[in-house]
Design a protein around this ligand. Structure first.
Ligand SMILES: *[C@@H]1O[C@H](CO)[C@@H](O)[C@H](O)[C@H]1NC(C)=O
Ligand SMILES: *[C@@H]1O[C@H](CO)[C@@H](O)[C@H](O)[C@H]1NC(C)=O
Length: 452
């Protein structure tokens, strides 16, 4: 391997694969390697036997009657795609949609006062929603009308309220909304993961609520879509894009070292005894000492910022209270269960070609706040009813300690607990800016996603 590459990419998580796809299209010479013999890294989709091997070290018990191994693609980190969100824009812009089929998620629910209900997405749904009492419905209707009509360039729609300086707390107060209503608006529609948004300017929250409503209006049942055969299809689709533009992909490659010169600048990567030279390296935290002690005189390239607890559950029924939905998302706002971080529940099934006939895959996750993480996800687990089997993991979250512009080492963040990809795309944009020195600009294309 004497040739020199522009970029070596380590790990085939979605962040890395989007970047190697976009950089290949940009004309850069890309070599992409992964230590695993499958795509996706920490966010891969596993077959039933791979899942049991990872968590139990043994095959799935025959007695559970889970069906054929090859029917399963269990996401280690489930997330849904907002139909009008940033990932959709990248998928459409790069035309990787031609390698993927999407299906909409059948319902979006929120937990309030011990029950789950559909999330209303506009004023007419708010009026019919069981989430609120009669008078609160009217107040919520006025709030939704305000958000629907609000236009940046039309001050008459602002109702003497400056969303760029006044906080979301003041906007809620203007419409007199109850704390429980604020919970579902801020967490199940604006999709904030904690309550720190309340004392910040209202504008970003208004934009997020509009994004939710636009995504909802696209296909009707929920604002979310999901790729058939599991999330592992996404990085593979970007890998195919990279390959078309000359990118090289190698799986099952042991990475021995990431090499730097005396000034701390990246020079290349050594794998299976061979050293490849490159100008830059991009990779996920696991390739840069995540979880290791710094060597003497060395510094930490990644730090732990928190932990996520996740429970993957196999079930033989839909989640109760969802009208036997083949899929759904449920958000449990932190304020409803006395926490600082929301609890997310997601569910997909054989309708998405990710599980055997008659089985559903549900997952419950949140950011760890105590020394007994499994107890923290109980409010979510209790919504599922009986589960056939359950796999719990507690994973650290990492992020880089420096932006990489000096060392030419560009490290992505771990996937967070959120239930959608917006924060992943934020990281892609941020990495692109650091790597290229200019923002990522996608031209708009009017292409509809296929949706069953
Ligand atoms: C409200 O949202 C629902 C679901 O997206 C849609 O069917 C309905 O037409 C919307 N109503 C208004 C007034 O926008
Ligand atoms: C995918 O799922 C659909 C709906 O459950 C099913 O009809 C189809 O046969 C599945 N495809 C494969 C390849 O298993």
């Amino acid at each position: 391997m004497d040739e020199e590459y522009d970029v070596v990419v380590l790990g085939t998580g979605l962040t890395e694969c989007i970047l190697s796809g976009l950089l290949s299209v940009d004309g850069q010479k890309v070599l992409h390697m992964d230590r695993n013999d499958y795509y996706g890294g920490a966010s891969a989709s596993l077959s039933l036997s791979q899942l049991y091997q990872k968590y139990r070290g043994s095959p799935a018990p025959e007695s559970l009657n889970l069906g054929r191994d090859r029917d399963y693609a269990v996401d280690l980190i489930p997330k849904f795609i907002l139909a009008s969100g940033e990932l959709t824009k990248i998928l459409v812009h790069t035309e990787v949609t031609r390698y993927l089929d999407f299906k909409q998620i059948a319902g979006s629910y929120v937990y309030r006062d011990g029950k789950i209900s559909k999330v209303p997405s506009n004023e007419s749904e708010a009026i019919r929603s069981p989430l609120m009492g009669l008078f609160e419905k009217r107040r919520a209707r006025n709030f939704f009308l305000y958000v629907q009509n609000w236009r940046e360039d039309d001050p008459t729609t602002h109702q003497n309220f400056d969303v760029t300086t006044s906080s979301m707390r003041e906007l809620y107060k203007k419409f007199g909304l109850e704390p429980g209503t604020q919970d579902f608006i801020g967490h199940a529609m604006a999709l904030w993961q904690d309550d720190s948004y309340i004392d910040k300017p209202a504008l970003p929250t208004i934009k997020r609520i509009s994004l939710y409503a636009q995504s909802m209006a696209r296909y009707g049942k929920s604002p979310y879509i999901y790729p058939l055969y599991g999330l592992g299809e996404l990085p593979q689709a970007f890998a195919r894009l990279s390959a078309i533009y000359g990118g090289t992909y190698m799986l099952d490659k042991k990475i021995e070292s990431v090499n730097i010169d005396a000034d701390g600048k990246f020079t290349g990567v050594t794998s299976d005894g061979e050293t490849v030279k490159a100008k830059k390296v991009i990779g996920d935290p696991s390739y840069f000492g995540a979880g290791e002690e710094p060597t003497e005189g060395g510094k930490l390239r990644v730090i732990e910022t928190g932990k996520v607890v996740r429970a993957i559950c196999i079930m033989k029924h839909a989640i109760p209270g969802t009208d036997d939905a083949d899929s759904c998302q449920i958000i449990i706002p932190q304020g409803q269960v006395g926490r600082k971080n929301d609890i997310y529940v997601s569910c997909v099934s054989a309708a998405h070609n990710v599980s055997g006939a008659g089985t559903w895959l549900a997952e419950v996750s949140t950011i760890v706040e105590t020394s007994v993480p499994e107890r923290e996800i109980l409010p979510g687990l209790q919504l599922l009813g009986n589960v056939v089997d359950k796999f719990v993991s507690i994973e650290p979250l990492y992020e880089p300690t420096e932006d990489g512009t000096t060392s030419n080492i560009f490290i992505s963040k771990s996937f967070d607990a959120s239930s959608h990809f917006e924060s992943v795309v934020d990281d892609v944009n941020d990495l692109w800016l650091r790597i290229k020195g200019e923002p990522l600009v996608l031209q708009k294309r009017e292409t509809e996603l296929e949706s069953a």
